[in-house]
Design a protein around this ligand. Structure first.
Ligand SMILES: [Fe+2]
Length: 343
């Protein structure tokens, strides 16, 4: 039975079933039932015309540096000067490698990155969160997702080159398998070029991309659903791949659940990137399960001092109990029905 299913999932017929039946029906259920509140807020939010970046029916968009993004980047760079050498030492330390190998094999072998958001000043964190919750970025996410988003992650990561280390983890092609639809925002804090790892994704949107995957992927723990560069090239040609790099403040929006992507690795230089995740309450994300009175990424934002219904949702929306259990099943369902590219 499992073999028959596997065989069917590789056929063109199954592609049609996904495009014309499974995806539209599930999309409706996800939008209007699972995210009923988010849909309602989306309609209320879009009553007033707001400025946003249109993804033009794609699931990614590169945006040039703005005054605001340049200002935030330079402030981050200024503050990181105080501790960046220590952060580098920390990545290279034995303790850090041991700590990382407990959560991710790929990160533990030869660690190459560390979160530095925690080390920024409270003022700057507040400013970054204000940027993440600005009307333009929130509207961009809500217009893409067509439901009002929850800001689940605000990260600043520092990556360093590691000599003679193989490709690993997020450097392989993959989709982030934690939900149905989301919008990530990645912004270059340092300038990014060939030497400090551009970010790659497919240029065109794959219709119902969440339900399309590869026949083959790594089985090793921590490498699930990662596709190596050779196999990926059998299906997608080099000219179909978008390379994201550029000056400090340049950014890319992308739905990391539906589009294949991979992080570049630093050959010579280091890089610092800022990342925001706009998600929904059915996504698998630790932040959605924590229940503090303050916003994890800016302690000055609390449930008490946040009166606005949209901001309350953006910062503090938690999934109802039934969904906490259901969301893992939903992810299993996506894997179960996905079409597998033959390579
Ligand atoms: Fe990813």
């Amino acid at each position: 039975m499992i073999n028959i299913l596997k065989h069917i999932k590789r056929t063109k017929f199954w592609l049609i079933v996904i495009d014309y039946l499974i995806y539209p029906i599930y999309h409706f259920i996800w939008s209007y039932i699972i995210n009923f509140n988010g849909k309602l807020l989306y309609f209320l939010w879009s009553l007033k015309n707001k400025e946003f970046f249109s993804l033009n029916n794609n699931d990614k968009l590169i945006v040039d540096p703005s005054d605001e993004s340049k200002k935030i980047s330079s402030k981050i760079l200024e503050e990181t000067k105080l501790f960046i050498e220590n952060s580098k030492k920390e990545i290279l330390s034995k303790e850090y490698s041991e700590k990382m190998s407990k959560t991710s094999l790929a990160d533990g072998e030869k660690p190459y990155r560390i979160s530095i958001y925690e080390k920024l000043s409270d003022n700057l964190k507040k400013e970054i969160v204000q940027f993440a919750s600005s009307e333009k970025l929130v509207t961009t996410a809500s217009e893409y997702m067509k439901v009002f988003p929850i800001l689940t992650r605000v990260q600043v990561y520092y990556n360093i080159p590691r000599k003679e280390a193989p490709l690993r983890g997020a450097m392989f092609w993959h989709k982030d398998g934690f939900g149905f639809k989301n919008l990530d925002f990645f912004m270059c804090v340092t300038d990014v070029d060939e030497n400090n790892g551009p970010f790659y994704c497919l240029e065109k949107k794959i219709n119902a991309g969440i339900f399309k995957s590869f026949d083959y992927f790594f089985k090793k723990t921590g490498e699930r659903n990662k596709v190596n560069l050779e196999n990926f090239e059998k299906k997608f040609k080099a000219n179909e791949i978008l390379e994201f790099k550029g000056k400090s403040g340049k950014a890319i929006f992308l739905d990391s659940f539906s589009t294949f992507h991979r992080g570049g690795f630093c050959k010579e230089k280091e890089r610092i990137m800022l990342r925001f995740c706009y998600q929904t309450h059915d996504a698998i994300c630790d932040e959605l399960d924590s229940n503090q009175d303050y916003f994890s990424f800016d302690f000055s934002t609390t449930k008490n001092n946040t009166r606005d219904i949209f901001k309350k949702y953006l910062f503090f929306k938690k999934p109802p109990i039934f969904l906490k259990f259901l969301k893992k099943q939903l992810i299993k369902f996506y894997y179960l029905v996905e079409h597998r590219y033959k390579i």
